[in-house]
Design a protein around this ligand. Structure first.
Ligand code: FAD
Length: 419
């Protein structure tokens, strides 16, 4: 470590989580260095569905999925896919997922997600206002629609469960939906409207705006692959493919790639895996929807964005190394057929795949280890965009060594030590 002027904090990972944290830390007067192997925002944060999904307070799986699982896994183009060659590696993760469905663990997860989600909108409003970019977030709510009359029971049950968790939710009839979203077809029988949600107009631009603000606050960005990191003496040493950097603290915010560096720094193994997801961007589809619409039966979301309509979803268990199967992205266009009065145009559409960073209890790790030298913020699964701003506020307090977080969710459910 020969760096004459080491950073206070080296942030590894320039996705939405790392960049939001870097800006927060710089504003607290810290000298921040962000290291990413790619340009900022090119990981999962590039292509997500842009949904501020504060209504999603339930874990990624519940007991009802077990019944549907075999049929879902047999369908190679279904919403859930397992690459069978990946099964041996994924098995321990699945076992933990199942164990987390036990009532006490399930309840802990719901409370943990809910605490973050309830703080998310306010945190985003503060962050966007601070960079004068409030217009990037549309606070127009979002809708979950159903087409089959026999789905009504499931919708009513979901509404009841969400109300029990204080999630603002209203039932809308098919006609009420078509009044607000006239392009949707008569196939839609009704749905749940979530007034406390919203969507971002361009998730990638959002990262770029935060990078600009971080730069203006003195944050330095470096494009390097981090190979190793160690706690050494009074700080940490971060080895990259182009040299070693010293810092007083390090923040691991590498999304789905965070497990290896966490183990190197803390000695603890974290059961992080990835749920690969896809999107298909339809650039010629402007003004089709007033807000994000999810289909209950078809299991994907459609979000109106600055660059067109984004169809997104699907969960694929195939690890970090296998190439994407873009047929799954194109499948999203087929899935949209019948939902609109006129089918969507796929002209000039672009497919994309990204790695959701997922832990088997559906909660992120947000914590401080090694006497505060190591900070952790990863594993936000389907909700990293939603929870980025509140995560940054929590990391800001953790970095300053505050004994307990004030005005923010308590750390308990997110601690690394739960594994
Ligand atoms: C299809 C899809 C739809 C989604 N929709 C939504 C949604 O609507 N709402 C929502 O809230 N969330 C959504 N998500 C989830 C959300 O996108 C993620 O939770 C979030 O982007 C994670 O952010 P991150 O910063 O942790 O990870 P990333 O954005 O993946 O960033 C991690 C960064 O770490 C870097 N990195 C990794 N290893 C190294 C290394 N060794 N050295 C240097 N750099 C490294 C990577 O290059 C990357 O840039 C969706 C995800 C997908 C895939």
């Amino acid at each position: 470590m020969h760096d004459p002027d080491p950073a206070d904090i080296a942030v590894i990972g320039a996705g939405i989580i790392g960049v939001a944290c870097a800006l927060q830390l710089a504003r607290q007067g810290r000298k921040v260095l962000v290291i990413d192997q790619q340009a900022p925002g090119m990981g999962a944060s590039y292509g997500n569905a842009g949904h501020l999904a504060t209504e999603q307070v339930f874990p990624i799986a519940d007991l009802s999925i077990l019944k549907r699982l075999p049929a879902m896994l047999m369908d190679p183009m279904g919403p859930l896919r397992l690459d069978w060659k990946y099964l041996p590696r994924a098995l321990p993760w699945f076992i933990r997922l199942l164990l987390n469905l036990r009532p006490a663990s399930y309840q802990r997860t719901v409370e943990g997600i809910r605490a973050l989600n309830e703080a998310s909108l306010g945190a985003w409003q503060r962050l966007l206002a601070s960079i004068q970019r409030g217009h990037l977030l549309r606070e127009d709510g979002s809708l979950l629609v159903f087409e089959h009359t026999n789905s009504r029971t499931a919708i009513d049950e979901l509404q009841r469960r969400m109300q029990a968790q204080n999630v603002p939710v209203d039932f809308w009839s098919g006609d009420a939906i078509r009044e607000v979203a006239p392009q949707l077809s008569a196939q839609i029988q009704g749905g749940l409207f979530f007034p406390g949600t919203g969507h971002f107009l361009d998730p990638y631009r959002l990262v770029c705006e935060l990078v600009d603000a971080a730069n203006a606050n003195g944050v330095q960005f470096l494009q390097r692959q981090v190979l190793d990191a160690r706690v050494e003496g009074d700080g940490v040493s971060v080895s990259t493919d182009q040299g070693t950097f010293a810092a007083r603290q390090v923040l691991i915010a590498c999304g789905a790639h965070s497990a290896r560096l966490t183990a190197a720094l803390t000695g603890k193994k974290v059961p992080l895996d990835t749920e690969r997801g896809y999107h298909l961007m339809l650039p010629h589809e402007q003004q089709r929807l007033p807000f994000a619409v999810t289909s209950l039966e078809r299991k994907f979301i459609m979000t109106p964005m600055a660059g067109g309509l984004r169809l997104a979803g699907t969960v694929e268990f195939a690890g970090l190394d296998r190439p994407p199967n873009m047929a799954r992205a194109w499948q999203l266009h087929r899935l949209s057929q019948g939902l609109f009065r006129e089918d969507l145009s796929a002209e000039d559409a672009t497919p994309w795949m990204g790695f959701r960073p997922s832990l088997p209890d559906s909660l992120p790790v947000i914590d401080r280890e090694c006497d505060g030298k190591v900070l952790l913020a990863f594993g936000h699964q389907h909700l990293g965009l939603t929870q980025a701003a509140v995560t940054a506020e929590m990391v800001g307090q953790l970095a300053s060594g505050a004994p307990a977080l004030s005005g923010l969710p308590a750390l308990g459910p997110y601690r690394l030590g739960r594994f």
